[in-house]
Structures are given as C-alpha cells and as structure tokens.
Design a protein around this ligand. Structure first.
Ligand SMILES: C[S@@+](CC[C@H](N)C(=O)[O-])C[C@H]1O[C@@H](n2cnc3c(N)ncnc32)[C@H](O)[C@@H]1O
Length: 256
C-alpha cells in the first residue's frame, strides 16, 4: 500500500485539473442530490476525503453545514476557497475527532484512493455516535461489463490483491460489521453512461488519470502496461464504447 505522504503528493499534483477531469459540478451536484435525502439538515456533516470540496459545496448549497477533512493540502486549498475554515488536513485512518461525537459522515470516491478501507471504517465507527450514519459513494459503482470494463476490472483486482482499496459493499459490509457499523444497503441509485474508446482508456492509464492505476512501483506499472496492450488489441480500438454503470450510496449505521 502507498504511504500517506505519497498519496497526498499524488493528489497535490492533480489538484489543479481535478474538478474538470472528474465531471465538474454536474457530477458534484448529482452526488449531493443522492446524499442529501439521507442526511439530517439540522446536524453538521463531516466529509471525509473532501478533496476540492466540490461535492461538499453542492451539499452546502442544499442547506447542509459541511466540515471537510483531507490528506492533500493541494486539494484542500480548493476546498477552503469553497467552504472557508471548516476544512482541515487529516488522515482518514487517524481522524483528529473525538470518539462518539459525529452524527453523520460521508465519503465520496475516497476508499479506492489510497487509505486502507479497514482503517477508515474502524475510525468512522469510533467517531460516530450510536445510531450515527456513514454514507459512501464508491468509485467502483457498478463495474461496466463491456470489453474495456472487463480488462480494467481485472487490472483493478490485480493491483489490489488484498482488497484494501475495494469499495463495493461485498468488501465493506463485513469489515464494517467487525467494527460495529451495520451495512443497511444501497440508496439513491443513479445510472450513468459515458463513451470511451480502448485507445483513450489506454492513454488515460498512461497518464495516471485512471485512479486504480497510480504508479505504485515497478510491478504495478508492468500490469498497467500489459492492460494497455490488451486494450489496444481489442477490435476497433478507436471506436468509443458506450459504457453503462451506476452510482449508488452505501449506508452504514453505528450500532447503539
Ligand atoms: C478521488 S478524490 C475524491 C474527492 C472528493 N470526495 C470528490 O468526490 O470529489 C479522493 C480524495 O481522498 C483523499 N485521500 C486519500 N487518502 C486519504 C486519507 N488517508 N485521508 C484523507 N483523505 C485521503 C485525497 O487527497 C483526495 O482528495
């Protein structure tokens, strides 16, 4: 697993182009709209892995008071511009938050991005009050099953053999249960689709924009190179495939 300093440096580097390369305010507004009905507007929300604050700002626009924590000062500088002093640098695996003091927390696209999912869920279980809620929008969503999706899914599995960055409910529910967090199921499912060609996907792997494939040493780069070759060997590599997926909210509740 990559250390916190490496992860922070990677996000510092991509911070300037992050919002635009990840669907901009359209994605953020969509995510906020999925989360808002599951949150109590009368109580503050802690956004763990708040990033540039683009989702948190949309939630704030819907009337929620959002506080944000993130490892990357570069991402957080943008969040500060959006949310003011309610943001701070912190590691999700060692939250600077009192036990049992948080009513509701959210993480969007955090658990695949570097921290050990086991450590994060243990911390979330510690800081939530009994009955408190943790809402997760996983980056994995529903894996596309087109020919690109199959190859990329295999790459993700090979890059993360112990599952520490897997963020689907089949991985998170048992880990959560071990820490006293009950997985309640999914909510707010929102189908998405996007078009990408095998060549464009191969290029995004090279540039490291594809989040599962950030450089983590020689072996990972060998696996990325192999997947890139396999993508380029697919039929009609220039032709975009319409890839269907679904964003979803996973809900966890702290056992009383
Ligand atoms: C893919 S971005 C998502 C940001 C934001 N939630 C969004 O949806 O736009 C992942 C974020 O997680 C942060 N992150 C990664 N590891 C972390 C950790 N251990 N503790 C806190 N934040 C972390 C990164 O710095 C980055 O800002």
């Amino acid at each position: 697993m990559r250390g916190a300093r490496v992860v922070a440096a990677e996000f510092d580097e991509i911070a300037p182009g992050y919002d635009e390369s990840r669907g901009g305010t359209e994605r953020a507004a969509g995510f906020a709209g999925m989360l808002a009905p599951l949150l109590d507007p009368a109580r503050p929300v802690l956004d763990i892995g708040v990033g540039t604050g683009i989702v948190a700002a949309e939630l704030a626009g819907l009337g929620h008071t959002v506080h944000g924590l993130d490892l990357s000062p570069g991402m957080l500088a943008r969040a500060r511009a959006r949310l003011g002093a309610r943001v701070a640098v912190a590691d999700a695996c060692r939250l600077p938050v009192r036990s049992g003091s948080v009513d509701q927390a959210v993480s969007t696209w955090l658990l695949h991005a570097g921290p050990d999912n086991r450590a994060v869920l243990a911390e979330v279980a510690r800081i939530l009050r009994p009955g408190g809620r943790y809402l997760v929008i996983p980056a994995g969503g529903t894996r596309p099953t087109d020919d690109i999706g199959v190859l990329v899914g295999e790459l993700e599995d090979r890059l993360d053999p112990d599952g520490s960055r897997r963020d689907g409910p089949e991985w998170l529910a048992p880990i959560a249960a071990a820490h006293g967090l009950v997985y309640e199921g999914t909510a707010s499912e929102r189908p998405t689709s996007f078009a990408v060609s095998p060549r464009a996907m191969a290029e995004s792997l090279t540039r490291g924009l594809f989040t599962g494939a950030w450089a983590v040493g020689g072996e990972a780069m060998r696996l990325v190179d192999e997947t890139r070759s396999r993508l380029l060997a697919l039929p009609d590599p220039e032709v975009p495939r319409v890839r269907k997926s679904a964003d979803v909210v996973l809900t966890f509740t702290r056992r009383p």
